[in-house]
Design a protein around this ligand. Structure first.
Ligand code: F6R
Length: 357
């Protein structure tokens, strides 16, 4: 039930701090450390390469997951769109392990890929919100999201839950391999939950950004680099699916290779700046679009902020920024859709669970 909330999407955005706390609880041992089923750990430890397969928002969570597996656990990882993978299976490593990410556990494209993987005799893990879903039953192992039912067609809390679970898995693998890193993930995720709450308290600011930038926009760009780029793809998907504004996410450095030709007087460009090593680069990219009269705004993070930034996110661990930087983008899409009179929870032409290939 959506209770006092006008829309499921708004309710689900605001449930995210609780979902992260629930995930910490579900994946914690008696000592407060993150943990997963040892048989899953041993399956991962036998793999020489991970293949993440998913669709839509779950694919975007996979792009972030790749960074976690490579940076925390040092396991090479590829991310594939399920609908492409089925018809174009990549050259696989000697010992691949497949990770299917699916909120519903029912996506036909992902299931078709799982069927192919099983035919080839490889092992698989499904990360899903729905126990007993098709993908959960048919994979060898399941990791649950514990996000509670997601009703709005636009996925919000499942995306952050997927990223949190991927971070936990990667960190457990890191420890199992004896890779030293100064990170206490349960603690860092608790900081994320608090930061999410603070961001939700600022939703009026995101409503203002939506009405300033998007009320009459024909198109909109989201730009970022590294992890911020992955979040920009998700921000653009969210905006296009519920507000019908043509929206694209670009890697900041790619603008000059083509997309900058689209910038006109007043084109909205929302930039994320949460990554220290590319902070100056993304700000340079913003200058490039402003020089072409784009209407830009920067969402940065404490410690990296500069004067003129439109919103400053509370500081979290630099690998976990997607969990918080996506929240303003979810709100901005929500309010943009609302202001334009769109059916936020049930956008045209879309279904919550896509059971056709
Ligand atoms: C976007 C959205 C879709 C789904 C995609 C995969 O907001 O909800 O892009 O993410 O259809 O669905 P699942 O995760 O259920 O496999």
């Amino acid at each position: 039930e959506k209770g006092t909330y006008p829309h499921y999407m708004l309710k689900e955005i605001e449930e995210q701090p609780f979902v992260i706390r629930k995930i910490i609880q579900q994946y914690q041992d008696e000592d407060g450390n993150v943990t997963i089923d040892p048989s899953i750990v041993s399956e991962f430890n036998q793999a020489d390469r991970l293949y993440i397969v998913a669709a839509g928002t779950s694919y975007h969570a996979g792009l972030v997951g790749k960074q976690y597996f490579e940076k925390l656990a040092q396991i090479p990882t590829e991310v594939h769109l399920a609908s492409e993978f089925v018809y174009n299976i990549p050259l696989l490593s000697k010992k691949p392990l497949f990770i299917f990410i699916s909120q519903s556990g029912e996506t036909a494209d992902s299931r078709a890929a799982l069927v192919e993987v099983k035919k080839l005799g490889y092992k698989s893990v499904t990360i899903t919100n729905v126990p007993d879903s098709t993908l959960s039953r048919e994979a060898d192992y399941t990791l649950l999201l514990h996000a509670g039912p997601e009703i709005a067609v636009a996925s919000t809390k499942a995306y952050t839950a997927q990223i949190a679970v991927l971070a936990i898995v990667a960190d457990v693998l890191r420890k199992s391999k004896g890779i030293e890193k100064d990170i206490d993930l349960a603690h860092e995720l608790a900081i994320v939950a608090n930061a999410m709450e603070e961001i939700c308290d600022s939703k009026d600011e995101f409503e203002t950004i939506a009405s300033d930038y998007l009320s009459f926009a024909r198109n909109a760009f989201f730009i970022g680099r590294t992890l911020d780029y992955a979040v920009c793809l998700e921000g653009a998907l969210k905006l296009k699916e519920i507000s019908y504004i043509q929206a694209e996410g670009f890697a900041g450095g790619e603008l000059k290779h083509g997309p900058i030709a689209l910038i006109e007087d007043g084109t909205p460009v929302i930039a994320l700046a949460t990554q220290e090593n590319v902070n100056l680069n993304i700000r340079g990219n913003v200058k490039e679009v402003v020089a072409r009269d784009a209407y830009s705004c920067i969402i940065s993070m404490e410690g990296l902020e500069m004067s003129g930034d439109r919103f400053i996110l509370p500081a979290v661990h630099e690998l976990l920024t997607p969990l918080i930087s996506v929240v303003p983008l979810q709100y901005i899409s929500y309010y943009a859709a609302l202001h334009r009179g769109c059916d936020v929870d049930k956008p045209r032409n879309l279904a919550k669970s896509v059971t056709v290939e």
